[in-house]
Design a protein around this ligand. Structure first.
Ligand code: FES
Ligand code: MG
Length: 601
């Protein structure tokens, strides 16, 4: 029985309606022994029995910030204003830690821990006396981990973004976090800057507390959390140090208490319409290629049908409106000042592209929240009728190379388009010889080796980098060309991989290939020197090798024990490898998906 009230034997049933689930712990006359035990220990730091038995909603603050998670660390400060908002509305705040995830700090990759943080948060929300929860979101994986857990447990939940860092600057130019690394490594490879210059240039992009100021995975996921309806309108894009960020924390604290009283749960908000809106807005903001992985995972945990093809069907033809790096020029502060998420939604609404009736945490629909939001700076958010780019969404590719992979076409540069996609007889398609790397170490070791004979018409392929191969799926598919090509002005080559790519990268890679080599995908039998044909218009990706030859290679690989991956280094790596799904399925833990609405009362 998943109902904690009856599990605690106080005789309450679902028909009694709004009895708070925390009362099963703190005010259960049928079980005074347990009530006394629960009460005494939560009194020991100064809460009073009167407070805990008053019927006031107990609100968890799921704290993702810590010294290990600098992107989210400002939540330690924001929690004070959250508590004041919660108390003002008549609730009691209980703050607790979430397993830390720092995108740039965790080895082998932060995405290994998304599902671990998810599992931990599910247990906390289910097993402790919480009537509602504030999800403190920010750095890439913290947002999906929290939303996935709230979806599974389904108690009233609201998200609070920590906000992006202030804009980075270097010699009068904006430097965007993450994105500047890709540029700086080319400059260092070309001998334009040395190691010290490299480090200074990169550090300039991180001038304050907050998450990445580019439209990387963090800004993407925080924007989409608002579009999904899980954050107060207009709050996602406020930079971390702004006073409005503190004010949003206070309002969020007040609102979650009201949501508990109104019994507004994630399942009321995370509907198919909400996910449609997230896909559409992701295209318009130039969102990260990690979004389909995380958004599909949230959908799976709330029980909404969503798959990788929906991203092309519903998102591909949406134009790019937001001029933020890596697809554009500006950064997070500019996005907020230009009107943020509501201004983008309002533009899309003028063309009927948003499902306006989707409910949000403030009790109003997304349509009502965003309808009147004007663009406040049209250099940063462009109007729908004069966008930065048409067809800014993803295309889904499939063929004998993999079951599916995605490509972000909005970041294809004119240089890249000229070189590879401009054959009038065969538009949007190209064929080239591949050079194959087995994981990022192999790539770093060999990329500059002249013996590989990589030229401007080589496709770089990296495999062994999916959820099983490099446990958690590495962000490594956007490989730079060899230094000798960069010096000749070739800044990017077509890349294919079964791993992911940082949302801060502007490379038009074919990524998230599923199934990965380590799960039996044909990337595992690709060989350097093979010709691969990519056709963006037809959505195909094929090895131009006969079926017989592919079957022989497969048999040989199987006989040798299959595609080799490095041994797990930690218990969690091994456990997750045993139960994790592929990137096209959101990289969810397969046994977890059947647990839905587990705290329904
Ligand atoms: Fe944390 Fe980019 S590294 S948000
Ligand atoms: Mg990342």
């Amino acid at each position: 029985n998943a109902n904690p009230a009856s599990a605690f034997g106080d005789g309450s049933t679902a028909t009694e309606g709004k009895r708070l689930r925390s009362r099963a712990w703190f005010d259960n006359p049928d079980n005074p022994d347990m009530t006394a035990l629960y009460l005494e220990r939560y009194l020991n730091f100064g809460l009073t029995r009167e407070e805990l038995q008053s019927g006031a909603p107990i609100i968890g603050i799921a704290q993702t910030g810590s010294d290990l998670s600098p992107c989210n660390r400002h939540h330690l400060v924001l929690a004070e204003r959250l508590r004041e908002g919660i108390r003002t509305a008549g609730g009691i705040a209980i703050e607790f830690p979430v397993h830390p995830i720092q995108e740039t700090g965790k080895r082998p990759t932060a995405s290994l821990d998304r599902n671990l943080a998810y599992l931990g948060l599910v247990e906390v929300l289910y097993g402790y006396p919480l009537d509602g929860v504030v999800l403190t979101i920010g750095c890439d994986k913290t947002t999906p981990a929290c939303l996935m857990a709230a979806a599974t447990v389904n108690i009233p939940a609201i998200a609070l973004s920590v906000g992006p860092m202030l804009n980075g600057w270097f010699r009068g130019e904006r430097t965007g976090s993450g994105t500047i690394v890709w540029k700086a490594r080319q400059m260092m490879a070309a001998g334009e800057i040395d190691y010290k210059g490299f480090l200074e240039l990169v550090a300039s992009s991180a001038p304050s507390t907050g998450y990445c100021n580019t439209m990387g995975t963090a800004s993407t996921m925080n924007s989409l959390a608002e579009v999904l309806g899980m954050q107060l309108p207009g709050s996602a894009a406020i930079p971390a140090p702004y006073r409005e960020r503190q004010q949003a924390a206070y309002e969020t604290g007040k609102r979650i208490v009201e949501m508990v009283r109104q019994d507004i749960k994630p399942s009321d908000i995370l509907t198919r319409d909400a996910f449609h809106n997230a896909i559409v807005v992701n295209s318009a903001i130039g969102g990260s290629t990690n979004a389909p992985i995380h958004i599909n995972a949230i959908a799976k945990h709330i029980g909404v049908e969503l798959n990788v093809d929906d991203w092309q069907t519903e998102g591909h033809e949406i134009p790019l409106l937001v001029n933020l790096q890596p697809a554009g020029e500006y950064l997070g502060e500019d996005f907020h000042r230009a009107g943020g998420v509501p201004a983008v939604v309002a533009q899309l609404m003028t063309k009927g592209l948003i499902r306006e009736d989707a409910m949000t945490v403030n009790g109003k629909t997304i349509g009502d929240n965003c309808r009147d939001q004007e663009i406040l700076d049209s250099r940063v958010i462009w109007p729908f009728d004069a966008p930065l780019k048409d067809n800014a969404g993803f295309v889904v590719l499939r063929g004998n190379l993999f079951g599916s992979a995605i490509m972000k076409t909005s970041v294809i540069s004119p240089e890249f388009r000229d070189r590879y996609l401009s054959n009038p007889a065969d538009p949007e398609a190209f064929e080239a010889k591949v050079v194959v790397f087995d994981g990022p170490e192999d790539y770093h070791h060999r990329i500059d080796d002249p013996a590989l004979a990589i030229d401007a018409y080589t496709i770089l392929v990296i495999r062994g980098t999916g959820p099983l191969g490099y446990p958690g799926a590495a962000e490594v598919v956007n490989m730079r060309p060899p230094a000798y090509l960069i010096k000749q002005g070739i800044h990017s080559l077509p890349c294919i991989g079964d791993g992911r790519q940082s949302g801060t990268s502007g490379s038009p890679s074919v990524l998230n290939a599923s199934p990965e080599a380590a799960a039996g995908g044909n990337l595992g039998i690709l060989r350097s020197g093979d010709i691969v044909r990519l056709d963006l218009r037809r959505g195909s990706a094929d090895i131009l090798v006969s079926d017989e030859e592919l079957a022989e290679r497969r048999a040989a690989l199987d006989a040798a024990g299959g595609y080799k991956v490095p041994a797990s280094q930690t218990p969690w790596q091994e456990i997750q490898r045993g139960i994790v799904d592929q990137l096209d399925e959101g990289m969810v833990l397969k046994p977890a998906v059947k647990y839905q609405r587990v705290a329904q009362t």
